[in-house]
Design a protein around this ligand. Structure first.
Ligand SMILES: Nc1ncnc2c1ncn2[C@@H]1O[C@H](COP(=O)(O)OP(=O)(O)O)[C@@H](O)[C@H]1O
Length: 223
């Protein structure tokens, strides 16, 4: 059953819409690795939906429900996912770790399907998507198996679960890109070594920044 826990019901509509960069790609494409590095910049807030789920205690009602999905390599239901994400934003806002005109979100693993993209459109404005593409699925599978040992992750432990997650990516997640204008999608070869992937992302971020500054100057000069 997919009823919403009371503790997650009733969040008000957001007052602000946050700018966001999306790290998009199949499991094992390196979203988390890149997000963790980029999140060190003071103006970026890295949020990994998978990490949020993993930090919810498994003995509680919500944690138990979530683990039923994650341990099987299935998607957590959209409404629950979006509620938890919004609650997370709320906590960061209360802690003043997230301020709309100072921070841009760097989202990893969210949205993960078209419906989530629609639901989130009132909360985030996606300004750039980094599509971390891997041509050889075996590379992603090897990375996930290595991560299973390193991080003790149930969802990376066995081949069947990994395959299910990769299928979900091709059947569901990939289509999410069509929700956004193609010009904001930037393809990065995620089969490269980490530092080269990072370089490609950072170069693009610098271009985006320069372009938005130029637009801002133009708008100001028109006033
Ligand atoms: N946006 C989401 N919607 C639904 N389920 C999600 C979402 N993000 C993460 N999950 C769940 O958490 C698991 C781990 O996610 P994540 O750490 O992002 O894995 P990966 O880095 O391999 O893509 C997913 O397999 C899924 O069960």
């Amino acid at each position: 059953m997919n009823t919403l826990p009371d503790s997650l019901a009733g969040l008000d509509e957001p007052a602000t819409r946050y700018h966001a960069y999306l790290l998009f790609g199949m499991p094992g494409s390196g979203k988390g690795t890149q997000g963790a590095v980029l999140g060190q910049l003071p103006s970026l807030r890295h949020i990994s939906m998978g990490d949020i789920f993993r930090k919810i205690p498994k003995y509680g009602r919500i944690g138990r429900e979530i683990e039923q999905y994650t341990s099987q390599g299935r998607m957590v239901p959209d409404e629950l996912t979006v509620r938890i994400f919004r609650q997370h934003l709320h906590i960061l806002e209360l802690q003043e770790l997230l301020i709309a005109d100072q921070h841009t979100l760097i989202l990893d693993g969210l949205p993960r399907c078209y419906a989530q993209a629609e639901m989130l459109s009132s909360v985030i404005e996606v300004v750039q998507i980094f599509h971390l593409g891997i041509k050889d699925t075996k590379v992603a599978m090897e990375r996930m198996k290595a991560r299973a040992l390193r991080e003790n992750r149930l969802d990376d432990m066995n081949e069947e679960v990994i395959r299910r997650r990769l299928n979900t990516y091709y059947e569901d997640t990939y289509k999410t890109l069509s929700f956004y204008p193609p010009e904001i999608v930037y393809d990065v070869d995620a089969g490269q070594c980490m530092i080269d992937v990072l370089r490609d992302i950072v170069n693009r971020l610098a271009e985006v920044k320069t372009r938005s500054l130029a637009v801002h100057r133009l708008e100001v000069s028109r006033i």
